[in-house]
Design a protein around this ligand. Sequence first.
Ligand SMILES: Cc1cc2nc3c(=O)[nH]c(=O)nc-3n(C[C@H](O)[C@H](O)[C@H](O)COP(=O)(O)OP(=O)(O)OC[C@H]3O[C@@H](n4cnc5c(N)ncnc54)[C@H](O)[C@@H]3O)c2cc1C
Length: 574
Amino acid sequence: MDFPTEPDIIDTDIAVIGTGGAGLMCVLHAHAADPGLSIALVSKGAVGRSGCTRMVQGGYNAVLDPSDSIEAHFRDTLDGGKYLNDQELAWTLVNDAPRVIHELETRVGCFFDRGPDGRIHQKAFAGQSYDRTVHRGDLTGIEIMGRLRDQMFRVGPRELEDVRALDLVRDENGELAGLTALDWRTGRAMLIRARVVVVATGGAATMWKIAAPAREKTGDGVAMCYRAGLPLRDMEMLQFHPTGLLAGSSRLTGAVLEEGLRGAGARLLNADGERYMSRYDAGRMERSTRDVVARASYTEIMSGRGTESGGVRIDISHLGAEEVERRFPGMVARTRQVGQDLATGPVEVSPTAHFHMGGVMIDRDCRTELAGLLVAGEDAGGTHGANRLGGNGVAESTVYGARSGDQVVHEAAGRPLREPDPAEVAESIRGAYAPLLRDSGPLPFALTTELKELMWERCGVVRDREGLLAARTGLERLAERVALVRAPHPPAANYTWQEALDLGNQVTVARLVVESALAREESRGAHYRADFPERRDDSWLRYIVARSGTDGAELSTRPVEPTRLAPAPEVTTP
Ligand SMILES: Cc1cc2nc3c(=O)[nH]c(=O)nc-3n(C[C@H](O)[C@H](O)[C@H](O)COP(=O)(O)OP(=O)(O)OC[C@H]3O[C@@H](n4cnc5c(N)ncnc54)[C@H](O)[C@@H]3O)c2cc1C
């Protein structure tokens, strides 16, 4: 097969990469601000039906009740994030969230559950001082994404579905000029010339053995920005959700049983039937934050108090089967699919890789260091600090998606379409086609399994220097083999080839996670070092910045700026 030198060319004012909550809110706002702008929506999966926003079960945090307050939501977010947060980003999140909920109801057409008094019902979520989680049963993401998807028919962006973005490209003066992409149905390369690019590919938490996110999220956006020289922050901060379903080799292993369960009184039990959270956070028990609960479960499992299949159990059957079915229909159905039943008895669960707090550095208008490039949603870092509160993720994607849409109009003003440097375009496309052009080399699937096991065992819920050094060496060796990976022909709808491209980005992101985890010699939020078990505010109220250097990643640290709230000490209960 020949290397395709002539990509299909598309010109657009705005290219939005990703069609989760952030991508679609961006389109909605950009169109509202200037209906004359042409928008291309680049989506690796189905538009509006790929990514994790659609998977949101629990709900959306927003201050709606007069007896709640923005300040309380902000404090909860910082307490949860262990004060590593970019306070301006967190403040913007909590301030905009009520407005965006209102917009989702009145403009986008979402229906959220309401109480008998007619007001939006808000439920309890872990780590929060007030019941402020807006929801639609336990299928909130489907409601939001279904309605946002409908809005796209009205707005009419150019939808490039099943098209994966490859690389950002610049012109010969170093100015952003667009991106390269691949239509993976046809196997054809594309060059999308754009005045403004918005990256919203939803981050990456899929390179751990047990993982919750949608499979198309393989760190593409973060890796793309890293290759383009942009600074990333908090890459070591990977949240493990405490309750991922354990279902053997089923694809449902890792799927989240959401936080609302613990909020509603679910109990976590070890194999001896003991409610073990009393040993880890006697005050909050199962309603403690995710990092504490995930570590507690992991410790029980590793201490030999786990179930035979390496998990613990969650039980909410004391509420009665009818009540559990009414309140958590999605989760009941999911457990029944794998031969268990949440409504009538305990279900086996394990910590599961869930959300990446780290990502590209942005300001409150989603701007990055590169003019014309905006980043929104889970691809961005800083809002959640060392740990994300349940309910703040979909808030982030829609709040910052909306803000990026407002901002693109300003970015586009005065930015002409630029001619991408042909050498950069050719290099990106050549790199993508390389696995197809090789006659020999490993296939990607076994390497993906190896990556996931390595990250689970050496850079998982509990880390230490020895394990992280082993992860570093393992990843170095893996990267050498990934560079030689091969995919058989043909290029059209070729899953082996797509797996090879996913793997390349996953290894890039995994290496940044491991390097940052090695550098942070303390425990904070989701990052727990068994060899440095204490949070050390004296030396580590700093965030780690990683960027691409001449010889791999270059790491530096910067002090957290407490622009609004002084860091409070760790809350511990006996
Ligand atoms: C199981 C689960 C349950 C959750 N529940 C909650 C909850 O109850 N409350 C909460 O606040 N948060 C929750 N979250 C987190 C929340 O889903 C995320 O924070 C949020 O949805 C991220 O939105 P996003 O728009 O950034 O990305 P996503 O919605 O994940 O969208 C990513 C998009 O990028 C596309 N894409 C990826 N790579 C490429 C590429 N190379 N080229 C083109 N397109 C690409 C994908 O196809 C997809 O369209 C949950 C997450 C999971 C996994």
